[in-house]
Design a protein around this ligand. Structure first.
Ligand code: NG1
Ligand code: ZN
Length: 531
C-alpha cells in the first residue's frame, strides 16, 4: 500500500538511534529531548491508528512537565480527554522500540491485532509546551500523522489540560465547550465570575493572588486569560518565562519536594501564593506567616477544601449523591483521618499515577481526586450532573436549595473534568475561598499535616520491589515489609512505605510521624532497609 511506502520514506528522516530502548510509562515517554525525534514521529503514526480505531479525534501532547528544560516527552490523549488505555501504552512501547527495518512490521502487527480499518479517516490534535525542543519534536508528530494520511490540527503552545479539553470538546460535538483556546477561557472564566458574583465585599487583598508560572506554558496562558477574569481575580505573575529557566528553582514540584517557596520571589506575610508545574496540570498553594515560616497547602489540602465545599452544597440542595475522595499512599495521614472521621467522607486509596485515581473517581456520583503533589480534579457522573441541572431549573424549590443547585452547576462548569488542570483548579479554589470568605491561613488550619519525608534510593534493580494494597505494603523482597513494620513501631503516629518509581530509576521512600525529626529518622532507616 502506498501509505506504508510513505511511512518508510518519512521514517528515514526520523531514524531511531541504535540500541535505544524506552518505555511508555506513567507519564508517557520522557527523557532527554535529543533522544526523542523518532519517538515523536512514531507517536504520530500511533495516534493516527488510535483515531482510526476509535473513529474519534486523538490528542498528542509534547511536554516533559516538571522535568528540566533539556528533557522532553510525549503523551497520547484518548477521545473523552482521558489518558490512553493500557493496551495502547504497550503498542506505544512496541512501536517506539522497533528497529528501523522492523518498523513496518511493528505497525502492521498493531493494525492486525486491533483489526483497524485503514480506509477509516483519522484526526489528531497536537500541542506543545514552551521547551526549545518542542517545536521540532511536535513537527515530527505531525509528520507521523501525515505519513499515514491522517488529518491533524496543530494547537501550538497550549497547556496539557487545554489539549485534553480540546479533544473532549471535539468528540462531544461542542457539548463540553468550544474546541478553541478562546472557548476554554470563556467556559472556565464565566463560571468563575458567576461563582464569585454574589460574594459580598471582597477586598482587593482577597482578589489578589501571587502566581509562580514555573517559567512555562502556564504563565503564558494565564496572561492570555487575564482579561476574561474582569479583575475578579488579580494575578501578580512571577516566573513568566521572560528571564528564568523552565522549572529551575521554581514550579509546583520544586515547592512541594523542597517544602520552600520558589527562589527569588518576594512573598509578604500571609499573602496567598500558588505555583504551577511546567505544563500546568499541577498546582500547589502556600504562604509564609508573620514569623517567616513556610506553609504548604498541597493536593490533600485542596481535596479537603473542595470535598467539604461540595458536600455542604449537596446537603443544602437536598441531593442524595455519593461523594468520595480518591488519594494515593502519599496522602498525608492527617488528611485521610480528617476526611474519614470529621467530614465523614468516603476515602479510597489507589496506586500512584493519575489514571488510577481518575478510574476510581468515576465510580462515584462526585469523585474528588488529588495526588499529594497537586495533580487532581473532580468528576461528576452523568446522573449527578442531570440531577443538579434539574434542580437548578426547578421553579418549585425553596431559595436555599435553589441557591445551592446554582452554585453546584457553576462549580461543575469551572472544573476541567478531563484531567487535573492548574488553571481550572486555581479558579475553583479561589472561588471557594471567596464564597466561604476564608483566608489561606483559615484553610490551612482545617487540619495539621503530619511531618513527613520523601527520599529517593538508587538500587541495582528497582523491580525487585513488588507492592500490594495500593502500594502501601511490599510483597518482595522477602523480609522487607517486616523490617519496615518493625521500624515504624519505634515511632508515634508513624507510617512508612516504599515503592519503585514509575518515572525515574529509583525506589521512593515515604515516612510520616509525630515530629519532623522522627519522620526524617524513619525515612532514613527505611531507606537503609531497602538496600
Ligand atoms: P513516580 O515516579 O512513579 O513516583 C511521579 C509522581 C506521581 C505522578 C507521576 C507522573 C510522586 C511521589 N510521584 O511518579 O504522583 O505524578 O510522577 O508525573 O509525586
Ligand atoms: Zn505536569
Amino acid at each position: 500500500m502506498a501509505q506504508f511506502q510513505e511511512v518508510l520514506k518519512q521514517s528515514a528522516l526520523h531514524p531511531k538511534p541504535a540500541g535505544l530502548v524506552l518505555q511508555y510509562g506513567t507519564s508517557g515517554f520522557r527523557t532527554n529531548a535529543k533522544q526523542l525525534d523518532h519517538i515523536m514521529f512514531r507517536m504520530g503514526l500511533l495516534a493516527t491508528l488510535r483515531s482510526k480505531k476509535t473513529k474519534a479525534t486523538i490528542g498528542v501532547m509534547v511536554t516533559a512537565s516538571h522535568n528540566p528544560e533539556e528533557d522532553n516527552g510525549v503523551k497520547l490523549i484518548d477521545p473523552m480527554g482521558e489518558m490512553v488505555t493500557q493496551d495502547w501504552e504497550e503498542h506505544a512501547t512496541q512501536l517506539a522500540n522497533a528497529d528501523q527495518e522492523d518498523l513496518l512490521t511493528a505497525l502492521k502487527n498493531i493494525i492486525e491485532k486491533e483489526a483497524i480499518n485503514m480506509s477509516q479517516e483519522a484526526n489528531v490534535f497536537v500541542g506543545k509546551d514552551t521547551r526549545s525542543s518542542s517545536a521540532s519534536l511536535s513537527q515530527a508528530v505531525l509528520d507521523g500523522v501525515s505519513a499515514l494520511g491522517g488529518h491533524s490540527k496543530d494547537y501550538g503552545l497550549v497547556t496539557t489540560p487545554q489539549l485534553h479539553y480540546m479533544v473532549c470538546c471535539q468528540n462531544t460535538q461542542g457539548k463540553y465547550g468550544e474546541a478553541t483556546v478562546e472557548g476554554y477561557y470563556t467556559k472556565f472564566c464565566q463560571a468563575f465570575i458567576q461563582l464569585t458574583k454574589n460574594t459580598s465585599n471582597r477586598t482587593d487583598d482577597q482578589k489578589h493572588l501571587c502566581l509562580d508560572g514555573a517559567n512555562g506554558i502556564g504563565a503564558l496562558k494565564v496572561r492570555e486569560m487575564e482579561s476574561h477574569l474582569k479583575k475578579e481575580l488579580q494575578i501578580s505573575l512571577n516566573n513568566d518565562g521572560s528571564k528564568g529557566r523552565l522549572n529551575h528553582q521554581c514550579g509546583a514540584d520544586y515547592v512541594k519536594v523542597q517544602q520552600k517557596p520558589p527562589t527569588g520571589i518576594k512573598i509578604n506575610p500571609g499573602e496567598r501564593c500558588c505555583s504551577f508545574d511546567g505544563d500546568a496540570d499541577r498546582i500547589v498553594y502556600y504562604y509564609t506567616d508573620s514569623e517567616g515560616t513556610f506553609h504548604l497547602l498541597d493536593g490533600d489540602k485542596m481535596a479537603t477544601l473542595i470535598s467539604t465545599f461540595l458536600k455542604e452544597l449537596l446537603t443544602q440542595a437536598g441531593l442524595d449523591l455519593k461523594i468520595a475522595v480518591v488519594q494515593t499512599a502519599y496522602a498525608n495521614g492527617s488528611s485521610t483521618h480528617y476526611l474519614e472521621n470529621t467530614m465523614k467522607v468516603l476515602v479510597r486509596c489507589t496506586k500512584t499515577g493519575v489514571k488510577h485515581l481518575h478510574h476510581v473517581a468515576q465510580e462515584f456520583d462526585v469523585g474528588v481526586y488529588f495526588e499529594a503533589n497537586g495533580h487532581g480534579t473532580v468528576l461528576f457522573s452523568k446522573a449527578a450532573e442531570e440531577k443538579i441541572q434539574q434542580l437548578a431549573e426547578d421553579t418549585n424549590v425553596n431559595d436555599k436549595r435553589k441557591k445551592a443547585a446554582l452554585l453546584l452547576r457553576n462549580t461543575i462548569n469551572v472544573i476541567n473534568q478531563t484531567v487535573g488542570d492548574a488553571i481550572s483548579d486555581m479558579l475553583l479554589i479561589e472561588a471557594i475561598l471567596a464564597i466561604k470568605g476564608m483566608t489561606i491561613q483559615q484553610w490551612d488550619t482545617i487540619y495539621t499535616d503530619l511531618p513527613n519525608r520523601q527520599l529517593k534510593v538508587k538500587v541495582a534493580d528497582r523491580r525487585v520491589i513488588d507492592t500490594t494494597d495500593a502500594e502501601r505494603r511490599a510483597v518482595t523482597p522477602a523480609g522487607l515489609q517486616e523490617a519496615i513494620d518493625n521500624l515504624v513501631k519505634k515511632y508515634r503516629q508513624a507510617r512508612s512505605f516504599v515503592r519503585p518509581s514509575g518515572t525515574e530509576d529509583v525506589v521512593r521512600v515515604y515516612a510520616e510521624a509525630d515530629t519532623q525529626e522522627s519522620a526524617d529518622a524513619l525515612a532514613h532507616e527505611v531507606s537503609l532497609a531497602v538496600y
